[in-house]
Design a protein around this ligand. Structure first.
Ligand SMILES: [Zn+2]
Length: 312
């Protein structure tokens, strides 16, 4: 299969290579089924919903979509930070019945300007309204570009390898490839566990063969003093990632992806912080251990702290 620039096709290419040919069929099924979920809110519609996700909407939601002006918060890829976008009012149709709106079939283009630069920072969204179902069918900048760009902001502290795979996970999820995105997050998770194991195995006298046979929960328990607290407390995250790869469907995977994405960032950032603290502590301890002054070399600040002999 050639690597295509088409997002879904390239997504399936990556997933097929990671998990085997069967995964391609899962992707094809997902793109063909479009079983509608319920519309929740506009924030989620514009900033979290992948293209072609069919959402059943109530008559109130359809009317809001068509003509109600509102402001929503989201990441602006032009500002490269969180911002507020404005949805302008549409044409009001006051004399039409609810049944009319629920049967309506129309295409819509909405331009949502960012409040920081209304002329140049514009999110363009194409939607299809079809008999009570709302579907986003086009977006510029693409949902994936926004999601990956946003994760770049979050992941400044991550290693090169983690960053690359983290962006792949975010990009796949943005294209509606939930299971594939879990594969990448799970790899990041496993890499962290193994990194810590190799760092401490000699000091802790751990046996690698025995470690391999442990379940992930037991591995985390063994390494708990060397892992970020958030990960140790939420070791269940790994089971969710594994469940996603083996049992959950695309929709379930995608629904929980934002939680896993944020958790991964926290874990990696906490880990980075912990490693930096440990390195600083080690450097200070070495400096203190090396310190053997003659009284003349003792700095004034330290000399002043020497207790004076008691006066009689
Ligand atoms: Zn902006």
């Amino acid at each position: 299969m050639p690597f295509s620039t088409d997002s879904l096709y390239s997504g399936s290419f990556i997933v097929s290579h990671l998990l085997g040919e069967d995964t391609h069929n899962i992707l094809v099924l997902r793109t063909m089924s479009h079983i509608p979920t319920t519309f929740s809110n506009f924030q989620s519609y514009y900033f979290e919903t992948p293209l072609y996700e069919a959402l059943t909407a109530t008559v109130v939601q359809i009317k809001s979509f068509l003509w109600q002006p509102f402001a929503i918060d989201g990441y602006c890829p032009f500002c490269r930070r969180a911002s507020t976008f404005y949805k302008p009012p549409g044409e009001i149709k006051p004399n039409y019945t609810d049944a009319y709106f629920l049967q309506m079939v129309e295409f819509h283009r909405q331009d949502l300007p960012c409040v920081r630069d209304q002329d140049n920072h514009v999110l363009r969204v194409h939607s299809m309204l079809s008999a009570g179902t709302l579907q986003k069918i086009g977006q510029y900048p693409s949902f994936a570009d926004i999601a990956v760009d946003e994760s770049k902001e979050y992941s400044k502290l991550l290693s090169k390898e983690d960053t690359a795979e983290f962006h792949k996970a975010v990009g796949l999820a943005a294209h509606g490839v939930g299971i594939g995105s879990y594969v990448y997050l799970r790899r990041i998770f496993e890499r962290l566990i193994w990194k810590r194991f190799h760092e401490f195995k000699d000091a802790e006298k751990w046996d690698e063969a025995a470690f391999r046979t442990l379940r992930m929960k037991e591995k985390i328990e063994l390494l708990k003093n060397h892992l970020p607290e958030f990960l140790v407390k939420n070791a269940k995250l790994y089971s969710i990632l594994s469940l996603g790869v083996h049992e959950l469907d695309e929709k379930d995977c995608l629904a929980f992806f934002p939680v896993l994405r944020q958790s991964t960032i926290w874990i990696l950032e906490q880990d980075k912080k912990k490693q930096e603290e440990l390195a600083q502590q080690k450097a200070l301890e070495q400096a203190i251990a090396k310190f053997s002054p003659s009284s003349s070399e003792l700095p004034m600040s330290l000399a002043g702290t020497t207790p004076e002999p008691p006066k009689k």
